[in-house]
Design a protein around this ligand. Structure first.
Ligand SMILES: C[S@@+](CC[C@H](N)C(=O)[O-])C[C@H]1O[C@@H](n2cnc3c(N)ncnc32)[C@H](O)[C@@H]1O
Length: 279
């Protein structure tokens, strides 16, 4: 893993999710990729979630996954260290509980959860081993940790948005976007997750690459994402027209015969169990 200064990562991440990609903007511009494109089914499968499960959604953002998991579980707690994310989750989501908390130090007792899910979040942790050791603590013996990790270079919807941003904005503007990511940010293969989860004390660890898709009826969501991320004020002017044209171009190869879009998203899925007997 590359060398990151954890204090810098934590400061950048906290500021970005609280002040730039705030709950409302994130939900409008990004969540259709990170939590509404098949993540629920994968988390249910890997975590073996049933109507008896008590589930922790770690770095829950605006709580979309928490809400959909809550329909299948006994209870769901979503935590995030961004206040704007938790404020948005509490305002709009039902079925789950939400708290502001750092995943490195959770406000839960030992052996509390059956399943802990990190969905598109792990690559933002400043100290991943600290987080996964903490998740081991709050899981019951035999409880499941589940990770859905986006491979940055293999997420076509994000790729199309960033290509559009690069096409319509000058390089100086691109440099103003927050620099995000922790030690796992560029991970593209299973091995680092397998090693880390084992080091943290998990057993039955497995990780594999899995292809899923983000399916959209048209490319409007990508236009909206680019307008939001680029903070375009004039929603009917020339710049917006340029964004629409550039989005059509950057998305063209994912367009289906019926006019809908299918963006491939290659992710790593990892899982492990808390041992039944303490080592
Ligand atoms: C890309 S968003 C993912 C949100 C949500 N899981 C989803 O799939 O849409 C990453 C989230 O992780 C949160 N996060 C990053 N590091 C964290 C930490 N140490 N403790 C709690 N939340 C953290 C951020 O505030 C942000 O909301």
């Amino acid at each position: 893993m590359p060398d990151y200064n954890p204090e810098d990562v934590e400061l950048n991440e906290h500021a970005a999710w609280d002040q730039v990609w705030t709950g409302e903007l994130y939900e409008d511009a990004i969540a259709f990729i990170t939590s509404l494109s098949g993540q629920t089914e994968i988390a249910l499968e890997l975590g073996e979630i049933t109507s008896d499960s008590r589930v922790l959604d770690v770095g829950c953002g605006p709580g979309l996954l928490s809400e959909s998991l809550a329909k299948h579980a006994a209870s769901v707690e979503g935590i995030d260290f961004s206040e704007t994310m938790i404020e948005q989750a509490r305002r709009l989501r039902s079925g789950a509980m939400f708290r502001v908390a750092n995943a490195e130090k959770l406000p839960f007792s030992d052996d509390d959860f059956d399943v802990a899910v990190c969905c598109y979040t792990s690559h933002h942790f400043a100290r991943p081993e600290t987080v996964y050791t903490e998740l081991l603590r709050v899981l019951k013996p035999g409880g499941h940790v589940v990770v859905l990790h986006p491979i940055q270079a293999e997420n076509a919807a994000f790729g199309a948005i960033f290509q559009t941003l690069g096409d319509v904005f000058p390089p100086e503007k691109m440099e103003t976007f927050p620099d995000l990511g922790g030690p796992l940010f560029e991970v593209e293969t299973p091995e680092p997750y397998i090693e880390m989860l084992r080091n943290c004390g998990f057993t039955n660890v497995a990780c594999e690459k899995r292809l899923k898709h983000c399916s959209l009826p048209n490319d409007d969501a990508l236009v909206r994402a680019t307008v939001q991320i680029g903070k375009v004020e004039d929603h009917s002017g020339e710049l917006r027209d340029a964004i629409v044209r550039a989005t059509h171009a950057s998305s063209a190869k994912y367009k289906q015969a019926d006019g809908s879009y299918l963006f491939p998203d290659n992710i790593l899925v990892a899982k492990g169990l808390k041992p039944l007997d303490p080592a």
